[in-house]
Design a protein around this ligand. Structure first.
Ligand code: SF4
Ligand code: SF4
Length: 243
């Protein structure tokens, strides 16, 4: 990672910044506009205070609809690309500190810290997250310099990187691929679809994310995530980034 931090495009939407103190009384415009019910507006803890806002990055499509609906600028997207988390509940952003992914235990770091082979599984994805994951291998992001590579066979892999909402047609294939990876193994869910079903959540043809099929060690939000968000999450998981 560049010491000075990456240069991101002006249109980049990173971790959301919520300022409920600016909310208008009785307003719920953001929640009513959100296509995935990712943002919640809850009554203030005390009478007369500001409402409480919470945005679930595991459901968020980064579509900006809530920002456009907000009459007071109380919600916006910042430029922080670091968003990956170890636990599903840690993906909920509010006014408090956001909990970024912590590292695997010492034994897993000893095994995978300098050499991590992942089998990519597109479990009904739209090719958006798949393209961003593939970009990790190009000369710009070059995850190979950290010893991370995609491999063709799950039998040669240390874990899975899953994209897509897991369609019913892909459930068995995902289960078999997971079983074919020798243990110990890790699972990375990339993108809103793989985390929660994303725009397909609730559809009878999808399973609503990888976590309902296999245990997930790292959740990378985005729709799709920027390659830096994926790489940052992987390096945190391996203990290569700690701040
Ligand atoms: S950016 Fe996220 S929270 Fe806002 S409307 Fe879109 S999906 Fe909902
Ligand atoms: S964030 Fe904006 S749209 Fe949402 S409740 Fe507050 S004022 Fe309304």
């Amino acid at each position: 990672m560049p010491a000075a931090g990456p240069v991101l495009p002006a249109s980049f939407r990173g971790r959301p910044v919520l300022d409920p103190a600016r909310c208008e009384e009785g307003c719920r415009a953001c929640a009513e506009r959100c296509p995935t019910s990712a943002i919640r507006v809850e009554p203030p803890a005390e009478n007369g205070g500001a409402p409480r806002l919470a945005l679930d990055l595991g459901r968020c499509l980064f579509c900006n609809e809530c920002v456009e609906a907000c009459p007071s600028g109380a919600v916006r997207f910042g430029k922080d690309y670091r968003m990956a988390a170890r636990a599903r509940e840690d993906l909920v952003a509010d006014e408090g500190a956001y909990r970024l992914a912590g590292a695997l235990d010492a034994e897993a770091r000893r095994l995978f810290g300098r050499s991590l082979r992942l089998r990519q599984v597109s479990a009904g994805g739209s090719a958006g997250c798949e393209q961003e994951a593939n970009a990790l291998g190009n000369v710009v992001f070059d995850m190979g310099r950290f010893g991370i590579q995609f491999v063709a066979s799950p039998r040669h892999a240390d874990g899975l990187l899953i994209t897509g909402p897991v369609t019913r047609n892909m459930k068995l294939a995902l289960e078999k691929t997971y079983e074919a990876v020798p243990g110990p193994k890790i699972v990375v869910a990339v993108g809103a679809a793989a985390i929660s079903g994303g725009p397909f959540a609730g559809d009878p043809e999808v399973i609503d994310g990888a976590g309902s099929v296999v245990p997930v060690d790292l959740f990378v939000p985005g729709h799709p995530p920027h390659p830096l968000t994926i790489l940052d999450g992987l390096l945190r998981l391996l203990g290569r980034i700690r701040e």
